[in-house]
Design a protein around this ligand. Sequence first.
Ligand code: CP
Length: 337
Amino acid sequence: MNFVGAHIVSIDQFQRVDVEEVFSVADRMLPYALRQRVTRVLEGAILGNMFFEASTRTRVSFGSAFNLMGGEVRETAGFDSSALIKGESLQDTARVLSGFSDVICMRHPVEGSVADFATASRVPVLSGGDGANEHPTQALLDLYTIRKEMAAKGRAIDGLKIAMIGDLRYGRTVHSLGKLLCLYSDIEVVLISPKELRFPAELVDSMRTSGIRITVSDHLIENITDVDIVYSTRIQEERFSSKQEADLYRGKFRLNHAIYTQFCQPNTVIMHPLPRDSRIDANELDADLDTHPNLAIFRQTDNGLLVRMALFAMVLNVVDQVDDYAFNVRWFNARQT
Ligand code: CP
């Protein structure tokens, strides 16, 4: 894949060699993400950060990644502050915004919308999620995290067994992660969800075709006893017709310290794309695991910065110039105390 000037809207675009190139560039971004060094390589560049659906980490980490490389961020959050609410088409919005920006990141609630927007954009478009379809940069940061966590245990991505848990029908992060795992060998995936929220059948078929061994179940305990990774997800309430309907599924697959300690292997890595639902009775991924060393959820969010910096560097063709425009930080760095 030629990253320079490319839109990143689906994991379907990636081969394994492309993923490993992203990971290799992400590794090189660590001193910048840790604020040991600052680079101005994107000074003068503008990111249009267009989020038409709620987001904390994707929106802010895209923006922070761009700022950390010296670029400026212009942001639209929600339909109310966009002319889309006046009936402007996605294509016209893309034609206009790509005159103002060097790269655009976009989240939109409609499946396929980011790819549609990209067709009319004159600058690269990176998806921050399109409805229940895909969240490609989240999958890249998830797999980057898996790679790091397993490397610390002397393991590779090939040969892993991963349990994906929760709302697998509407959870776009697992759709993209499932596609990404197809690029690796000897992978086993257990898909644990209520029957009504199962992983899309066509994705299961294509994962099986690529060689992944898949078990589909609506039982948690017996399916997490021998996995390397448990990847929990939130019930995607915003995709249901009502909160009452979403409530039918909330709290079904609770993972807490007692369940983890009793049923998982001692070194099973705990992941979640976040946000996790921390409201009473959500019972999704309990806070009593927060200090557990195998809980990787905040390492995932930190890794998101590295992966998104890498994608900006690759798409805007500055990978080999990042260090040339760098200097040491002058301010107090709390990360180093
Ligand atoms: N993981 C993720 O997409 O989080 P946000 O919705 O906060 O961006």
